[in-house]
Write a protein that binds this ligand. Sequence first.
Ligand code: 0X9
Ligand code: ZN
Length: 402
Amino acid sequence: MRLLVTCALIACFTFSLGQSDAESWARYRVWAETPEEVQRIADSDLGVYSEHVGTVTDLIVKHSELGKLRALGLRYAFISVLSDPRNWADRYVWTQNYRTGYLRYDQIIAQCEVWRLANPKFLSRTRIGTSVQNRPIWMYKVSGPTRSMGGSDNRKQVVVIGGMHAREWISPPVTMYMLENLLARARVLAPIRELLGEYAVYFVPVLNPDGYEFTWTNNRYWRKNRRNNGDGTRGVDLNRNFSKGWGGSGSSGNTGSDTYRGPSAFSEPETVAIRDAVQAMPNVKGFLDMHSYSQLVLYPWGYTESPPPDRQALHDVGEVMREGILSRHGKNYVNGQCSIVLYLASGISVDWAYDRNRAFAYTLELRDTGQYGFELPPSQIIPNQEEMYEGFERYLLELRFR
Ligand code: 0X9
Ligand code: ZN
């Protein structure tokens, strides 16, 4: 009996040890004064909390990583304690509704499948690739029936990508709502139905399913895909892995960095999936890449501060989107050139899409402006969906005149 009690006590003790090994995580701010110092932060393998690395950057620092923070040799300050990023799955009650809570990858695809099976004439899907860890990457197509009898489908294409960066959880539900509501409105509104006679709109709800699932199971602040880099680090930043400007500033060659560009352009199956799907489209007119956070409408270039050839047109269409967003809930997003409004970033999707197709290509940074950052409360999902849909529909209508 005594033995039993002792065993039970030991078991309890080890169990509680297992539970309490939680390391403390914190948000630290670092200040850089020169481009070299900014690059030093970008190359560090400390997680980046801010939406960008710049003169003022917030980092995610585990207690055991304080040495690395000091080793940067920059001025820094403690900002706040972060919630333990492990096992978010335990903290969320599984929700069945993509408008009131965040869903796992399988649930997201299951929801899209419900829509597809209910609208077989207007919604179809293709498996455009397979992630590093073998998850399927799906692209959904919304379009009306072809008009020309037996003739070729001469519709133009618009592509919308969600879930490229794992921790930006608001991106998939907003992308899904753009799909669902476009479909719903096409059924009842003639102008939207006509639009879908001229355009096929393609949606990828989650481009980076491995990273996304990893944010649920292991690390809520994960950004990249889950490539094994072969040196103990994991992940390539998919939004540094496209070919236009690949390898330039605002990307890192350090495998541990959150902006690691990969060994070569299109080294990742996730970026290849988009490349091949888009290359197969004859006339890509629009391209939207949904990210968070900061509330921005960003057009190319990201890799250089020089203006793109169609700067004025890109700016004007961006204004149409900005005003649409504003009209819904009064959120005034900032519209401007990526590299100027935000920072230089090389190898990004929109630079590639613009360079290749002269598409009206935008990176959208959704809510919020930093109060909750990536951990946007579920109560903000619906308003963010509504305002983004409004911007999106006006964008689609505007494209017809361009
Ligand atoms: O850095 C990125 O990939 C995007 N921001 S995020 O916080 N979602 O990671 C912005 C990319 C486009 N903008 C720039 N070229 N600056
Ligand atoms: Zn992002």
